[in-house]
Write a protein that binds this ligand. Sequence first.
Ligand code: FVH
Length: 295
Amino acid sequence: MGSDNRAPVTVVGLGSMGSALANAFLDKGHPTTVWNRSPEKAEALVAKGAVLAATPAEAIAASELVVVCVLDYRAMREIIDSLGEAPAGRVIVNLTSGTPDEARQAATWAAERGVGYVDGAIMATPPMIGSEHALIFYGGPKALYDANAEALASIAGAGTYLGEDAGLPSLYDVALLGLMWTTWAGFMHSLALVGSEQVKAEAFLPFAQAWFEHVVNPEIPRIAAQVDQGTYPDGGSALGMQAVAVEHLVDASRAQKVDAALPEFLLERAEQAIKQGHAGDGFASVYEVLRKARG
Ligand code: FVH
């Protein structure tokens, strides 16, 4: 499709992310209608060619494809409910972050009203939007996704369809965020430890980077394969031995007067896995403890 016949798009919500989305649609030549609760946030986009709708109903009437990106699902539902009548013939692509349950409830709510609904989770920051590296996960009816995939490629080159289940994008989203935060937390705990002896973070950094490159990252595919197979060969470093090393980490953290909660959590879960019979298995066997909610 040339830029003069790009599909019209409506963007509802012009916070940092919604503005970036609208901006990317405009950059790629989509006739773009926008609406935001605080209309002043639309000024720069209007100067660039966007049409500012006076109401959500007017915005949604303007395009078959309606991208919603507001603070949370409650805000999204408030906006759509304020329409009164269901927006027939529209496809809502909801890029608001939330939980898998919220996404599935929204999909059910949309289906009951005959509204097309695709859920999405943005794994990018606003400056990345429009680039080939921006990743957005999508879930919902495949026909609806396929019909809008070309337009959605304007906001994220790495759009990835996960399947018919609208809850999967949010599940992947929270899983990746959890990975990011726990990795950062582990790094910050290591900095707190060396910092307790006045070692500068930047002096320690090259060792942490090499550790990630040569030890942490290469282990990830092996852990994934073991988790899928449900068997955890120790590879020469059994959990029983590693738990003793984690105990050193707990003891050293306490002795250095550094917050020990993170390694204590790890030790407690490793000890539980050992109690379940995994002392001779690899570290990945802790997965068997983490995957079950504790009563
Ligand atoms: N920004 C980021 O880096 C992350 C990247 C990953 C995905 N998130 C999610 O995107 C959603 C929107 O985030 P945002 O960064 O645009 O957030 P804000 O700049 O705070 O803008 C919030 C917009 O939501 C509107 N809004 C809030 N409550 C209501 C409501 N009750 N009714 C109507 N609109 C509402 C708000 O309007 P206003 O305050 O400007 O009038 C903004 O348009 C979010 O789910 C992130 O988790 C972003």
